[in-house]
Design a protein around this ligand. Sequence first.
Ligand code: PLP
Length: 377
Amino acid sequence: MDKTVFGTDRAWIEINVGNLRHNAEVLRDEVPSGCELMAVVKAQAYGHGAVLTATQLNRVGVRAFAVATIDEGIELREGGVGGEILILGYTGVGRASELKEYDIMQTLISHEYAEALNDQGIAVKTHIKVDTGMHRLGIPAGELSGIRDIFFMENLEVCGMFTHLCCADSRKPEDVRFTREQIDRFYKLADDLRDSGISIPKLHIQSSYGLLNYPGLACGYVRAGIALYGVPSTPKDDTILKLDLRPVLSLKSRVVLIRLVKKGDGVGYGRSFTASRDTRIAILPVGYGDGFPRSLSDGKGHVLIGRHVVPIAGRICMDQLAVDVTDVEDVSVGDVATLIGAEGYHELSAPSVADSSGSISNELLCRMGARLPVIAK
Ligand SMILES: *Cc1c(COP(=O)(O)O)cnc(C)c1O
């Protein structure tokens, strides 16, 4: 089933393809020459639809993609996506033949992992992950001989080497100092490898905030996720580069029922909304099962209907939520409601909605990737 042509009857994600392409162009203009944009499309491209997003990016010349899992990589290939695909996370070594079959590159998360993958006896393309201080995945930057070893493993073609910055979004002096140290450790390792006769593969360090706060690093790729989708992680984020990035995703639903609730009656689970007056309630068939955060219950969240901003009434359910439309006259069944996005003069931006829910745009967006149809506009 092609999700992109299906239904605006219940709830859906709308993708502004023009803004997606615009963001890709803006980011590409910022990376130094010789450095390529690697579009991070894990978790259904942060809820934007992985195949749709990667296909559109392919059309504007983006030729490198990153995913979190092998199944995400296979989905892209089966959807016709060309170019390079790198798995940033772990893959069981028993799946080496699929890496080869689908031409997907695998991150080497440790020296032991590299040995185990090499032992499968299947030629695979890889990138070495180096731990420069985040202490998540990767081989410690100080283990020169262990890293050097990998270049001689018979079945592993080393196409890249990368690290990940853990404080790149912060402008605090101690975080900037730590980030500079991470960058220096990584380049020192590359220099030492070069001095020992290794020919250095493509290097990469920066994700979105790495590019926005540490522009101009000499690298082979920049791995951009959230910036490509045109929003900051939080509303207050300040960055060195201020780029004209535009939000790509809107979350929409439709009023399917309007009911009158008498003063004193409750609405929803726990009756946490109790009508303080005779109240008009509109029901939207969208809920936390679609990724809309339950923590926005009881008036913490709002939705846009036409020209109006209306509060969420009571608890958000898995598949439904209620809004209080008592104060707005012209709301009828069939009207479109915007839960994330702009409508007229109003905007409920992903960072502000995420912030009200106690999270960041990245989590809010990627949780919407499971059930909602994605419509390109
Ligand atoms: C998710 C991820 C990215 C993309 O991060 P953004 O902040 O969304 O740009 C880059 N690199 C790695 C290793 C990741 O896991």
